[in-house]
Design a protein around this ligand. Structure first.
Ligand code: NDP
Length: 337
């Protein structure tokens, strides 16, 4: 029997999560790996903003994590024991191992990782975040050469990919990011034409200066105040893929000047805006198309990416709390083993 440490949900957070909302436990594994299953050692754990919503007991597109349950999460893992014909010990796989050292997973949910790119890319630029950027931008945003594309959380794995794909599509790209350091990173590393610090004052005016021909595609990652600044700049027939609302995940209640649904809907009508919420799995049929396009560009360095790797499972809660405060620089990953 393996000693298996894992972080469980201790209680549901009110507002911003704290370390006390998690509990490091010795979590039992089933005693036997049965047909179709695979025992894995989790090597890398992806930390993602959606996990905050899963800590709430609210109806959503996915079930909440229960109190006492191991926190969910995508992992890159090494196969130790396999009772599935598709995998053998030593294989490196992508799966949903969660915030723990070992997991027993159904073989059908795993994906073997091969190719000439580091396995960590399967959690970021070539994984769910990269594909989210591709699906939202290309299938909903539909950028055309010469158009202006704006994206928030622009140095993260989704935003940085949106920026680079929009640039490849011939667009003017404008980043919204937290702080001067991230704004510099957005321009220097990810090639954005302009970068706006959402923490500085007069966001609306500065965004207007950066978008002299208005905004044709706003890839929504943030919500709240940023959306307020973007709305007046949207052009006729602008497209808004609604991917995430990270500024609202901690549910801190309304802020001064909160977006009013009525004026939002007025813009939707008058400007014939397309606003479409999406979950990346809606576009599963395009995953191979995405990998075919992105894999060579990542391998050759034409698409660049940034990873923020923290060491040890112990560090997971703090790192996750920091993600919701913008402390991460690039795709946040915990190196478990
Ligand atoms: P990131 O790694 O970019 O991390 C989140 C970032 O959000 C932070 O670094 C910070 O960047 C920004 N942020 C945090 N709090 C605030 C705030 N209060 N106001 C403004 N910005 C804030 O995340 P991802 O790239 O993984 O995800 C980006 C978005 O995409 C999220 O909203 C996420 O939920 C969504 N998503 C949606 C999917 C879908 O299927 N619809 C799938 C995957 C992701 P900064 O410091 O620059 O502000």
């Amino acid at each position: 029997m393996l000693e298996n440490q894992g972080w469980t949900l201790a209680r549901r957070p009110m507002g911003e999560p704290s370390v006390e909302d998690f509990s490091l436990q010795s979590v039992p594994l089933k005693s036997r790996v049965v047909e179709g299953e695979v025992l894995v050692r989790n090597l890398l754990l992806s930390l993602d903003p959606y996990m905050r919503w899963r800590m709430n007991d609210a109806k959503s597109y996915a079930r909440p994590v229960e109190i006492g349950q191991v926190m969910v999460g995508a992992t890159v893992s090494e196969v130790l024991v396999s009772e599935h014909p598709g995998f053998k010990p030593g294989d490196t796989v992508l799966g949903g191992g969660g915030w723990q050292e070992y997991s027993i997973l159904k073989g059908e949910t795993l994906q073997k990782l091969t190719g000439n790119v580091p396995p960590s890319t399967a959690l970021g630029v070539l994984g769910s975040p990269g594909f989210t950027a591709y699906a939202g931008l290309m299938k909903i945003g539909m950028p055309k050469p010469g158009e202006t594309v704006v994206v928030g959380a622009a140095t993260g794995p989704v935003g940085s990919m949106v920026g680079q794909l929009a640039k490849l599509a011939g667009c003017r790209t404008v980043a919204i990011a937290g702080g001067p350091e991230k704004c510099a990173l957005a321009k220097e590393m990810f090639g954005f034409d302009a970068a706006i610090d959402h923490r500085a004052s007069h966001l609306g005016e500065r965004l207007a200066e950066a978008c002299p021909r208005g905004i044709d595609v706003y890839f929504e990652n943030i919500g709240g105040r940023t959306l307020d600044a973007v709305l007046p700049l949207l052009n006729d027939f602008a497209r808004v893929p609604v991917c995430g609302l990270v500024s609202q995940y901690n549910d801190d209640g309304p802020y001064e000047g909160e977006t009013r649904l009525a004026s939002l809907m007025r813009d939707v009508l008058i400007k014939r805006l397309t606003m479409r919420g999406f979950i990346v799995t809606d576009f599963a049929e395009y995953r191979d198309e995405f990998l075919e396009m992105a894999m060579p560009l990542v391998a050759s360095g034409k698409i660049t990416h940034l990873e923020d790797i923290v060491d040890g499972l112990d560090a997971a809660p703090d790192a996750f709390i920091g993600l919701l405060q913008g402390k991460n620089k690039g795709k946040l990953i915990v190196r478990i083993a």
